[in-house]
Design a binder for this molecule. Sequence first.
Ligand SMILES: [Zn+2]
Length: 366
Amino acid sequence: MPGVRRLARLSYAAMGSAKKKPKRSGKARRKPAWAKLADEQLLDLRLCDLGLRIEGSPVERPLLKLFSELERRGVGFRPHYWIAQEWFSPDGVPGIAIPFYLLHPRLKSLERRFMGEVEGGNADSLMKILRHEAGHAVDTAYRLRRRKAWREIFGPASRRYPRHYRPRPGSKRFVQHLDSWYAQSHPTEDFAETFAVWLKPGSTWRRQYEGWPARRKLEYVARTMEELRGQRPRVRARHHVEPIRIARRTLRQHYAVMVRHYRSDDAEKIDKILQRVFTNRRRRVRQMRASTFLRENGPTLRRRIARRLDASEYLVQELLDHLIGRSRSLRLLVRGEKRKAVRRVERLLVVLARKSQKGVGPWIAL
Ligand SMILES: [Zn+2]
């Protein structure tokens, strides 16, 4: 839908980063009847029939945390929120749509199975996305994008939203926050990302972005939010856009659409290569997981490849994170000698890093 700021996904890859398992909370939660169904039966349920609620879900506390962060920074506005199919903050409505799959572990694992990752699936990435979406909501609430200084700093918000964008990994004109150099995709995303970096408690942005042109953007956000301190928002619409309660698709139909839209040939290709580099057949009892192997060898590989190609370590890490996420989803294991496995992975990473250096990818789907 036009005018809706959706969170990006890589088209060649849904980039999952190394994510910790969420801790199980001891609190008893309302257990939906469908929680016991097998995946295949679960997929036949309609989204509107899942009976999901944010209250008492794993998202409730992070939302409260977001509100206290806003309060601590003197932002006199709280975005409203609702459950939808994806993350977004609509134009003209200063609120946050929260994807349904975050509200139950069974839905999270379906999301991982089909999309290869869960956006906001761990505490850290969830807070990052919430701060980002809060940035859009604040932008909308105070009509910031209409201001002259905003347009001069971030560019025209009216710029067409691209289907894909091609980031420049080394650019210091943008903050680095969500994966995929997302700030580079559009002026409104640039603002949301800058806002998120500024909002984070204990943020050391002044030091971290010292000497970067991006710091001017952060200073603008700090100045503007100071000026708006305690002010009531101009836009106060509170309605819900594309809420889950009117989504009549089944989960199966939902994922068919999502997979068609976001997964590309490149993603399939990388999966196939990974399946050759590693294996999904277990031969020994203590065969190492490919994801563990990649994490352990990550720092060395990252440094070596960045030096060899004169690429940024951030870029290589992005690619590594993707391989780790995919290896986990595909349940891959290390085969053969570890030394050889390192070499096979290095070759794959070099090809991927070269591709993105040359600007032939990754294309990032919006
Ligand atoms: Zn956004």
